[in-house]
Design a binder for this molecule. Structure first.
Ligand code: ASP
Length: 340
């Protein structure tokens, strides 16, 4: 009896994974990756799923990804949702964590795996990490009950909205600093099923992000209040402040208090994240952080900046009032935040 093969829909956006060397450096080449994949025997093996490759035109370096492409990926998943067992997205590594966070929020009620992967060395090179990432991403998307948006890279499967790019030159390009890997891939694929989120919603619904004016600002010793004040001018709607440690900021300049409070009075949502890779920002641990509390800012806890940004777009796009956006920023929605 012939066993029905699982089916995976691959969305190929661009990125190193399919790039070729040109005189100006690595660049994607239309049509190249599909032909390369067709010639790979391992992908035809009995245990591998069938796949369809949907190549974007044009392909792009992920530095150029924006809200429009996030919507396109989400809508492509939605329109093929019932025909496939899982989805793989080939994506450049530079902004992969942003896209993973965005899709986590956009794909409401997701019930199938969406596995984003890429490579540090393209498939066009003899020694590459692309092939291993592709094979395992396809296997996970086809055969595992992991209905989340994830990044698979170099032997680890991470929750998308927990992941950050931490290396430009290691094959271990990603980490999930505040949450364990959902699966580790060695001789076997070991899934931590107790960590996997299963949705209670029945139908997939795409929440497209509106183009809201949002900023991320990193605090540094000596930052001038004017810099912050200029960024916080209208039409800004939300700002993620990458503060020191657990959520601290220089307070010697008395004007800062007024800048924060005026922005908050205009309805700007202020989220305080930590610039540390690990751990959380929580307003009120240090006295100095109370300047944020006085302006009604909220704590980002252990969210990555990528997740905080995507979540802010999502909450604004859902049309919530400012106070509700602030409340939900501190709640766990897609597994992006832990608050002990
Ligand atoms: N610049 C590339 C990109 O993000 C890097 C990569 O894919 O690794 O598209």
């Amino acid at each position: 009896m012939k066993i029905m093969k699982k089916r995976v829909y691959i969305i190929y956006t661009g990125g190193t994974i399919g790039m070729v060397q040109t005189q100006k450096g690595y660049a994607p080449q239309q049509g190249y990756l599909g032909k390369k994949l067709d010639a790979i025997e391992e992908l035809k093996a009995e245990i591998m799923p069938e796949y369809v490759l949907h190549e974007y035109i044009p392909l792009f370096d992920s530095s150029n990804i924006s809200l429009k492409e996030w919507s396109q990926i989400a809508k492509d998943i939605e329109s093929n949702y019932h025909e496939y067992d899982g989805f793989v997205v080939f994506h450049g590594t530079d902004t992969m964590a942003y896209t993973a966070s965005a899709l986590s929020f956009m794909l409401e009620g997701l019930g199938k795996p969406v596995i984003i992967t890429g490579a540090q060395i393209p498939l066009s090179q003899v020694r590459n990490d692309a092939l291993g990432n592709i094979i395992t991403a396809l296997q996970i998307a086809a055969g595992y009950d992991i209905p989340e948006v994830c990044i698979y890279f170099n032997g680890q499967l991470f929750r998308g909205c927990r992941t950050v790019k931490t290396s430009t030159d290691s094959l271990d390009a990603f980490q999930s600093p505040n949450f364990p890997a959902l699966a580790r891939v060695g001789v076997n694929i070991e899934v931590e099923y107790n960590l996997i989120i299963h949705n209670t919603k029945e139908e997939l619904k795409v929440i497209e992000f509106g183009d809201f004016p949002i900023a991320i600002v990193k605090i540094f010793p000596g930052i001038e209040t004017d810099v912050l004040s200029n960024i916080m001018k209208p039409p800004l709607k939300g700002i993620i402040i990458e503060a020191f440690g657990t959520g601290n900021i220089p307070t010697r300049d008395e004007n800062l208090r007024k800048v924060l409070q005026d922005a908050a009075a205009r309805g700007v949502v202020i989220i305080v994240c930590t610039q540390c890779l690990k751990g959380e920002a929580r307003i009120g641990i240090y006295e100095i952080s109370n300047i944020f509390a006085e302006a009604g800012a909220v704590s980002g806890y252990d969210m990555t900046k990528e997740a905080a940004l995507a979540k802010l777009y999502y909450l604004f796009s859902k049309g919530y009032e400012t106070e509700e956006v602030k409340r939900l920023m501190e709640e766990n929605i897609r597994g992006e935040l832990s608050k002990n």
